[in-house]
Ligand binder design. Structure first.
Ligand SMILES: Nc1ncnc2c1ncn2[C@@H]1O[C@H](COP(=O)(O)OP(=O)(O)O)[C@@H](O)[C@H]1O
Ligand SMILES: [Mg+2]
Length: 310
């Protein structure tokens, strides 16, 4: 028998969606593995939400196939194992937190003690314990997003799909949401995240797909998507000539910080060469304190990729 965990979280092949004359999504294919945090990044109107809606079965593809946890989108058993936070969740503002969660829990087939226990657990997960009797209409936007996430977690999903979960949140709300997602990821939940919050995608996602005008432009780990050389910051206990010579041998350029000689910027062709940098430091007898990408963010990547696609 095939092990259930062998199936990818999401497998999309040749996906296309045409609304009247408008091609919203065109020939999109990707595989997201189980346990992976996968991000979709793109400007407004790129087709991100349309793809999420095709993955969650809310919109029917014009062409192409979608498999979620190894099942077709219509499979009800599979749907019980997926949590979904829509882009603009519409909350019944007159409901109390407990009533809202109980309603959604019953839709997942939860009842009685199990339902009450799950409601308490998800509220704790999103940091809203004690708000059970508060009406949704009195919550801030950040709290509503957290309630929406609590709802999506009720069924202990293997896969959670979030469409712009931090848009419109203040920095504290964004950071809270990011931490909740990082905890879920650490627990093994597969996370599909649509966002134009580049920092969040970079912090949470193992791989990112860049999408614009319905097309996938690039896909890969955030750092590997840059096609120019990469600068790494190296910090050591002591930088001697031997260290600089060895670093020079495995990199494109070496630049010592004039104010702090133990801080060195090295330029390499791709991120896998970080291992060679660490080895060079070690071989010179110095101790490595820090090795990290320098001065490049997904924001740069995003602008660069879109710039070349227009
Ligand atoms: N129900 C719909 N009917 C017609 N056009 C739509 C519909 N939903 C989305 N679109 C169009 O499809 C394109 C992609 O939209 P969307 O998937 O919402 O993008 P994103 O989530 O990346 O902002 C946009 O041009 C949008 O106007
Ligand atoms: Mg959208």
């Amino acid at each position: 028998m095939t092990n259930d965990a062998d199936w990818p979280a999401i497998e999309v092949d040749g996906l296309r969606k045409v609304y009247q004359q408008l091609v919203a999504v065109d020939d999109v294919s990707f595989v997201m593995q189980r346990g992976e945090a996968f991000g979709f990044l793109g400007p407004n109107g790129a087709g991100k939400s349309t793809i999420v809606k095709m993955i969650t079965g809310l919109v029917r593809p014009t062409e192409g196939t979608v498999q979620v946890l190894g099942c077709p989108v219509s499979d009800l058993e599979m749907r019980r194992r997926v949590g979904y936070l829509p882009e603009l969740p519409n909350f019944h503002r007159w409901l109390r937190t407990q009533e809202f969660l109980a309603f959604h829990g019953r839709l997942y087939g939860l009842r009685g003690h199990t339902l009450a226990k799950r409601c308490a657990e998800v509220l704790a997960q999103v940091g809203l314990t004690g708000r059970e009797q508060q009406k949704l209409g009195t919550f801030s936007k950040g709290m509503l997003q957290r309630i929406g996430l609590a709802q999506a977690l009720l069924n202990k999903p293997d896969l959670i799909i979030l469409d712009e979960p931090v848009s419109g949140l203040d920095p504290v709300g964004q950071s809270d949401m990011r931490n909740i997602l990082l905890r879920l990821k650490a627990q093994g939940t597969s996370i599909f995240l649509n966002s134009h919050q580049l920092a969040d995608v970079e912090a949470i996602c193992d791989r990112v797909a860049i999408i614009d005008k319905g097309h996938l432009l690039k896909i890969g780990p955030p750092q590997s998507l840059f096609d120019e050389p990469l600068t790494l910051e190296v910090r050591v206990d002591c930088a001697n000539a031997e260290l600089l010579r060895r670093l020079g041998a495995v990199s494109l350029a070496v630049q010592q910080d004039e104010h702090n000689p133990c801080r060195i910027l090295v330029e390499v062709q791709h991120e896998q060469l970080a291992a060679d940098i660490a080895e060079a430091v070690h071989a010179s007898g110095a101790r490595l304190y820090l090795l990290k990408p320098h001065g490049r963010t997904l924001e740069d990547l995003f602008l660069h990729t879109l710039g070349t696609s227009h």
